[in-house]
Design a protein around this ligand. Structure first.
Ligand code: ADP
Ligand code: MG
Length: 598
């Protein structure tokens, strides 16, 4: 493979882009006409909301149409408290954020349980409800709204004009950009990004997915609230109109068109939509010879076109024109590696499955299956396709619980525990159908496996106060990648590897959890001869370290050369069990599994 794209360094002007941007922003209000400054102010306010949607929708995969309602919450809280009760505006920001957090937690608790299209529908429902609340409650000014909102003072300096306000808004934008980027570049960020790959994998790696969802939902709401608070003091007047569902949809437009999975996409989208809207509002009626909100129609068509051409919005397209820096090598040597689990003594029982039964409606996929795995042994689970091996793995790991039966793991009954709790106790697995985040690097994918070995949460991540732990997590991930022979692919996107190697990435991810029991579902499928040998060697080493391995595999040479014991399944039931050589001679096995030949 050619190494050229990785070694190519980006020219200095690319590295200077953010600084150039900040410098331009700093002088903008001094040079630009009033109208343009106002436009930039709005772009900043919208970008803050869109940034929340990048986190929620783009990264987390949860769509919300209701963000405008949270903007309204921020705006109305400060409008009411400052005008009616004379509370200081800076205090109302804190009150607004606290109130928004409460509302978001309550709404999130109800709506985030909804799946599929019910979630967006749910956000529409409360988006509309809050909008009508603003319009119909008398002390919120009804549809006339609230006027006379005071200006903001910063260190005794009153922000009267849009030009003065500009700096506060764009400081807020920068702050939100930094927080969001920090959050995404962390253990918590990996947990959030894992949501998009379906909760199943994330949970199996120990991520508390309902919690991750609630957190990004709340953060997005807090951003919106901040934007609303700024808006109220910029306008010094609020009424319900800017907080309607239409505006909520527009925020989503901005995030999606800009590039919903990219922090800068929020800025791009907010800028583009705001400027286009202004322009279209001026020109379309003149062009068409009649007045009306034609820009909405235009946006609808543009949205369809962009989604058709580039699912990820315009930001990735823009990036193509900028020479890319090579993926940063973020692994540094660390003083203190992550703590390891105490080793289970070889030969001691790790896993005991008793009479495991799993029904899918009328189909009995596992029927009274029993097996054991001890520390320091490799047990192979074999059987024809559809025998129920993967189903049993799902039952054991808690990914899809059994209908009945008992599972004891390290002396503790676990069949009723969620998969993340089982993972916490030292069981780690791979999936037959590879579940990696294909756009993410191999390093980040494997680091998800180490999730439970860190404990710094979302707030330290957003403030980057967890760099020490993060470095140790990444170092651990890098170690496991190297151990599995994938060091050269550390920074490659996981999805760019051949399927066989992706399976090895899954093993590295499972190992990053420092497990005492490994469940490997067809790990050697798609591997070439030498790769299989390397894998067998790795598994032998793990066995010698005292790890228990339960693996499903179809390659009989691989299995027979490696396994200490073999369990044979057919039609969901155990057909035979024993030493490889005995099982190989068992007539029932030969009949059922090997087709009766030899
Ligand atoms: P194996 O891994 O041994 O090839 P599986 O455990 O994947 O077999 O499947 C066992 C049986 O259970 C198959 O008949 C399969 O169609 C069925 N099955 C597996 N998962 C589900 C599911 N989620 N819903 C319904 N049937 C399933
Ligand atoms: Mg299977």
């Amino acid at each position: 493979m050619s190494a050229s794209p990785r070694l190519q360094l980006s020219p200095p002007w690319v590295k200077a882009l953010p600084l150039i941007g900040i410098a331009l922003l700093a002088v903008a209000p001094l040079l630009l006409p009033e109208f343009t400054v106002t436009l930039l102010n709005y772009i900043g306010l919208y970008a803050i909301v869109a940034m929340g949607l990048v986190l929620l929708t783009g990264v987390g995969g949860l769509t919300s149409f209701g963000q405008a309602a949270f903007v309204g919450l921020g705006a109305y809280t400060t409008a009411t408290l400052t005008t009616t009760y004379g509370v200081s505006p800076w205090l109302t920001l804190l009150v607004g954020l606290a109130l928004t957090a409460l509302v978001a937690l309550a709404l999130g608790f109800i709506t985030l349980r909804l799946s599929g299209h019910y979630l967006p529908l749910g956000t529409i429902a409360w988006g509309i409800s809050l909008y009508y609340l603003f319009g119909n409650v008398e002390f919120l000014g009804g549809h006339t709204g609230i006027s006379g909102i005071p200006t903001l003072g910063v260190f005794g300096f009153e922000l009267h004009s849009g030009r003065e306000f500009f700096y506060l808004i764009w400081l807020a934008v920068l702050g939100v950009v930094v927080l969001t980027r920090n959050l995404l570049d962390s253990r918590s960020g990996r947990a959030i990004r894992a949501l998009k790959g379906g909760s199943l994998m994330a949970e199996a790696m120990g991520v508390n997915t309902p919690r991750a969802k609630i957190v990004i939902f709340t953060v997005a709401a807090l951003y919106a609230c901040l934007s609303g608070w700024l808006y109220a003091h910029l306008q010094r007047f609020v009424n319900p109109t800017p907080f309607s569902l239409t505006q909520g949809i527009e925020y989503l437009f901005m995030a999606v068109i800009g590039g919903v999975a990219h922090v800068w996409g929020a800025l791009l989208g907010a800028g583009l939509i705001t400027i286009l809207k202004q322009w279209l509002q001026d020109w379309l009626p003149q062009l068409l010879g009649q007045s009306g909100n034609f820009e909405i129609i235009f946006f609808g068509l543009m949205m369809i076109f962009i989604l058709h051409r580039s699912r990820d919005g315009l930001w990735p397209i823009l990036l193509r024109f900028v020479p890319q820096a090579p993926a940063a090598q973020r692994v540094t040597t660390v003083g203190q590696p992550l703590a390891r689990r105490p080793v289970v003594e070889r030969g001691q029982e790790l896993l005991s499955v008793r009479e495991a039964t799993k029904r899918f409606g009328g189909l009995v996929a596992n029927n009274q299956m029993s097996l054991d795995v001890r520390a320091g042994e490799v047990v192979a689970l074999i059987g024809p396709n559809g025998a129920g091996k993967s189903t049993l793995f799902n039952g054991i790991s808690g990914v899809d619980p059994l209908t009945s039966g008992e599972i004891t793991f390290r002396g503790e009954r676990v069949e009723r525990l969620p998969s993340r709790e089982i993972a916490r106790r030292g069981m780690s697995r791979t999936f037959q159908h590879v579940r990696l985040l294909s756009g993410m690097s191999v390093l980040d994918n494997v680091a998800i496996g180490a999730h439970l070995r860190g404990d710094r949460g979302y707030l330290p991540a957003a403030l980057h106060l967890e760099r020490d732990e993060e470095a140790r997590l990444l170092a651990e991930a890098a170690y496991q990648i190297e151990r599995c022979g994938l060091a050269e692919h550390l920074n490659d996107a996981a999805g760019s590897l051949p399927l066989g190697k992706q399976r090895i990435v899954e093993i590295a991810r499972a190992l990053a959890a420092d497990p005492c029991l490994l469940l490997l579902d067809e790990p050697a499928a798609g591997l070439r001869y030498f790769e299989k040998q390397a894998l067998a060697e790795l598994l032998r080493r793990l066995r010698d370290e005292g790890i228990g391995v339960l693996l499903v595999e179809h390659d009989m040479d691989f299995v027979m050369g490696l396994a200490d014991r073999v369990v044979v399944m057919e039609f969901g039931e155990k057909l035979a069990e024993g030493l490889p050589e005995d099982v190989q001679r068992n007539p029932a096995v030969l009949e059922a599994y090997l087709g009766g030949v030899e």
